[in-house]
Design a protein around this ligand. Structure first.
Ligand code: IMP
Ligand code: MG
Length: 180
């Protein structure tokens, strides 16, 4: 384990707190315009997406509900896409509601595709996807994204909710970390 006093092994900051804040406000304004006159439910996956959801929610102006689910990944090969299972489900039904799935990052797209299929089966009035980060270079599963804050290169990133071994979620920027 890292020494508790060691600074995070940041190699390069991709987006500063100020850049994230400005972009999140833009996307929130777009969402508010698109859902004008309607109620919206933001659904986020624990734990990484919670940081983005709360930032986004504060700048959305339509009546808003939030709900959360947790997933576990099963994979027998490291780096290979595994099976996703819902470990904690939403508290409430989404039937007839306008739902936006809020993701921290869409990478291969497997997680998001599974979640969108699962949520679509519950009969929402509409279902969209809003992601903080989009790493298109590693996409395998086709994933239509309605709102995306930033596209990123093929490097592992942490901060603003994204972790490495559960650490660095609390960084206010998004950064590439040095390989161990
Ligand atoms: P996907 O199923 O390959 O799209 O992967 C999605 C999940 O992998 C995300 O929700 C993250 O938890 C994790 N992930 C992918 N890339 C990164 C990264 O660069 N940093 C931290 N977590 C990541
Ligand atoms: Mg993670």
């Amino acid at each position: 384990m890292n020494s508790p006093n060691a600074p995070p092994p940041i190699e390069r900051v991709l987006f500063t707190a100020e850049q994230i804040d400005a972009r999140v406000r833009e996307v929130a304004a777009q969402i508010s315009a698109d859902f004008a006159g309607r109620e919206l439910k933001l659904v986020a996956v624990l734990k990484g997406s919670v940081f983005f959801l709360t930032a986004l929610a504060r700048h959305i102006t339509v009546p808003l509900r939030v709900d959360f689910l947790a997933i576990s990944h099963f994979t027998n090969q490291p780096g290979a896409p595994g099976v996703v299972r819902i470990a904690k489900d939403l508290d409430d039904a989404i039937e007839g509601e306008h739902v936006l799935l809020v993701e921290d990052i869409v990478d291969t797209g497997f997680t998001t595709r599974y979640l969108l299929q699962n949520l679509a089966g519950r009969g929402p009035a509409s279902l969209g996807l809003c992601t903080l980060l989009d790493r298109t270079s590693r996409r395998i599963a086709r994933t239509p994204i309605n709102y995306s804050c930033f596209e990123i290169p093929d490097r592992f990133v942490v901060g603003f909710g994204l972790d490495h071994k559960q650490l660095y979620r609390n960084l206010d920027c998004i950064a590439v970390i040095r390989p161990e």
